[in-house]
Design a protein around this ligand. Structure first.
Ligand code: TMP
Length: 237
């Protein structure tokens, strides 16, 4: 499979066309941004880790009955994926308070919820990805009720599954963001990536942060944290 023209360049990935109109190639970069692109930097080796980790997790999810965009890993940084139209919704599941949730509601980080929460934001950089609920999403015609019901069902299943995998690695899954896409025939599949860029991962014993928060908050040890979670996942897989 060969890369043809660049179709899209995002903050952390490039997407290329291929000779097959239904298949794209995603190429993971080391570039890192935070706060809607305000903070810019690079995390050395991140692209390689995120490519590998996202593919490992999506392959497991696919086996567990969640359709994903994954076709095949091509090399260190590149993966063939099914062409989808990304639904303009970020789907966020939280098991423990942290990040914008803690800030918005004035609570400390680390409150373990009895049940996971779900929230959506409208994928729109100009507006700063504003929060919205399912009624807003349907009113704005970002999706139909049928689609958002499927998205919710998949998102909680992804959470159950990922929580279990990470627990076996000695890692607590605090929260994460996922995105879904639609195939040409309308089928909804899990797309984008699952990585330390898009999940909060804390060491189960010490609660040490092992994810992109180390970059967002200038904590240092960013590369080491990505390598650590990748190592733990590889050993369990
Ligand atoms: P938040 O607490 O900042 O809203 O983040 C919730 C989760 O979503 C966290 O695991 C990080 C992830 N996330 C992204 O993947 N992309 C983003 O642009 C943001 C803001 C968060």
């Amino acid at each position: 499979m060969e890369k043809k023209e660049l179709m899209y360049e995002g903050k952390a990935k490039k997407v290329f066309k291929t000779e097959d109109p239904e298949i794209l190639i995603v190429s993971y970069k080391d570039d890192a941004t935070a706060f809607n692109g305000l903070k810019k930097g690079s995390i050395s080796g991140k692209g390689v880790i995120n490519n590998r980790m996202s593919n490992m997790l999506m392959a497991k999810l696919e086996k567990d009955g969640i359709p994903t965009h994954l076709v095949e890993e091509l090399n260190d940084r590149e993966t063939a994926v099914k062409k989808v139209t990304i639904m303009p919704l970020e789907v966020i599941i939280r098991n423990i308070s942290a990040g914008s949730f803690a800030k918005r509601y004035g609570v400390e980080e680390g409150i373990v919820f009895e049940e996971p929460t779900i929230e959506f934001s409208y994928k729109n950089d100009d507006l700063g990805d504003p929060l919205l609920n399912d009624y807003h999403a349907v009113a704005l015609k970002l999706c139909t009720w049928e689609e958002i019901d499927i998205v919710k069902k998949y998102a909680f299943k992804v959470n159950d599954f990922l929580k279990k995998i990470w627990k076996e690695c000695g890692v607590t899954l605090v929260d994460f963001k996922i995105e879904f896409g639609k195939l040409t025939d309308g089928t909804i599949v899990l797309a984008d990536e699952i990585s330390p860029d898009t999940c909060r991962l804390w060491d189960s014993e010490t609660n040490e942060k092992l994810d992109k928060d180390r970059f967002r908050r200038d904590m240092g040890g960013v590369e080491e944290a990505y390598e650590e979670v990748m190592k733990r996942l590889s050993e369990k897989a």
